[in-house]
Design a protein around this ligand. Sequence first.
Ligand SMILES: Nc1ncnc2c1ncn2[C@@H]1O[C@H](COP(=O)(O)OP(=O)(O)OP(=O)(O)O)[C@@H](O)[C@H]1O
Ligand SMILES: [Mg+2]
Length: 163
Amino acid sequence: MSTLAVYPGSFDPLTNGHVDIISRGARLFDRIVVAMLVNAEKAPLFTAHERVDIARAVFKDQPNVEVDTFDGLLVDYVQRRKAQVIVRGLRAISDFEFEFQMALMNRRLNDKIETIFMMPAEQYTYISSRLIKEVFSLGGRVHGLVPELVETRLREKVMARNP
Ligand SMILES: Nc1ncnc2c1ncn2[C@@H]1O[C@H](COP(=O)(O)OP(=O)(O)OP(=O)(O)O)[C@@H](O)[C@H]1O
Ligand SMILES: [Mg+2]
């Protein structure tokens, strides 16, 4: 039996923390689907289409990494994809409580799906999309914390907004 894992999130934008977790997942499972939640935030910085494009470009050389979008209940999407595993990343204690609640709720909704937590490399443990957006919009350097394509796209966004 081959194992399919789903790594859900908003990825607005993709960070090197996410890339680290996806790469670890791709080594562990036969296939990993990066599943972008479409309607999480009312006004994401990047559209779902832009977020998908970025992730596809970053993982274009990894054939067992797939990028998709989903909406609604995660367990419904996971079941529809016939996946067995939900992958989540754990940064610090601050992530634990929310992730613990979600994992147990998802198990209650569908106890055939297992949630697996992975820790990123130390240098990425403090990165979040929110922090990247905040630092970048204030003119701070995010080099090394996000894929180079994300840096480029962030610059284009800011230029489009304040030409
Ligand atoms: N730097 C990181 N290291 C490990 N896991 C991470 C990291 N950043 C996010 N994750 C995990 O990735 C999953 C998707 O997270 P999400 O899309 O919310 O990213 P985020 O960086 O937390 O964004 P936001 O700041 O908008 O909440 C979650 O399981 C989250 O814990
Ligand atoms: Mg988050």
